[in-house]
Design a protein around this ligand. Sequence first.
Ligand code: SF4
Ligand code: SF4
Length: 441
Amino acid sequence: MLRSFYGGIHPDDGKAMSRNIKIEILPAPEQVVIPMSLHVGTPCEPIVKVGDNVLLGQKIGDSKNTISAPIHASVSGTVKAVEPRLHPNGRMVMSVVIDSDGKDSFHADVAPQKEKCQSDQRAIVDIIREAGIVGMGGAAFPTHFKISSGLGKTETMIINGAECEPYITADHRIMLESPEEILSGIRYLLKAMDLNRAILAVESNKKDAVRLLREKLGEDKDIEIKVLRTRYPQGSEKQLIQSVTGRQVPPGGLPADVGYAVFNVYTAWSVNRAIEQGIPAIDRVVTVSGPGVTEPKNLRVRIGTPVSKLIEAAGGLRDNAEKIMMGGPMMGIPLFDTDVPIIKGTNAIVALTGDENRSVEAPKCIRCGRCVSVCPMNLLPIYMYLYERNDDIRSLEKLNVTDCIECGSCTYICPGRLHLVQSFRNAKAKLNAQKAKTGQA
Ligand code: SF4
Ligand code: SF4
């Protein structure tokens, strides 16, 4: 039986545009801009200066804080600037700008690490940290910290191959083109967490990947492949756990609280590459798609490549393209400048046209209750919206607005076209400001 979770929606997934298109390697650009904030947690400090010569894979940023991950040069060349540059989040963030010498000369640290982790579980965690690996499905949470903080609390590892956001096919292509590397990466993650079994969860719209992974797995029983009913937002950690195990993570809780650790398939692939070849997180696969893109593609690109180069490689934008998203149309962030760089969590660049623009001049609630029925977190979006408008912080807290995963299912389904998710982002900001004022933060 195919499993699923409470609530959710079935948006048109648009994946047919790029799911059959093989990953193409985009040549490194002449210049990369690498922000020192590429992950959730403490940003890195630059450890190179203007004029330094750097090699591909050399560490250029690091932090002493445990919730952080080092950052590496994605080209070889010369450091042109160390200064604040525009980040995809819309803020100016300290960045290292490197002019490529076109040689892609690897740093001496880039060497296979396999021998180091034959017997030592801790060595795997250290390699993952030093390789700067973060949640590559978009979450960008440092992987070494997730492993360390889940040690002793985790019973089962779940590998996320759901990729539920419309238009995005990067993980699907990785599963089709590198199934053995993914299975090997899962086994390294199992060893790092001292576990002996993982569940790889894939949605039913990727049957070709399921077939191939099962074929490569053969008779081995350490990894179970589970097929999930296609439904958005299945790839969200808490929804995935519910779909796979039937268990719910309590409000405000973490997967580790119920004994699970979730890693993305692309993270597993990156772990395998870091151990087998010693290559850190210097590039990633990005889907460039959407009705506003001329020739949708799946591209392997260097971290720090300007978004404009990816759009150019995909034949440019169509005349009716109206909005460019980093990530999918549901949870991505709108871009106002295509000169911003690709970061570690960028799984897609999606160009939308006027047809997807659901804004109306006077949004109005008709009290249909559909937002409540689709909310996968069992929240009451309509009331949260009203309380946010009235600045009723206490009621927002009582309704657990901080549990909102900003999946956009309520906004998508709302016939009154209310800007619900935006309202909940504002609500969280108001709640944080209130806590800071009263010293609760
Ligand atoms: S779905 Fe929209 S119109 Fe319906 S109750 Fe919710 S906010 Fe109101
Ligand atoms: S309230 Fe939050 S979690 Fe619930 S459907 Fe809306 S965006 Fe998703």
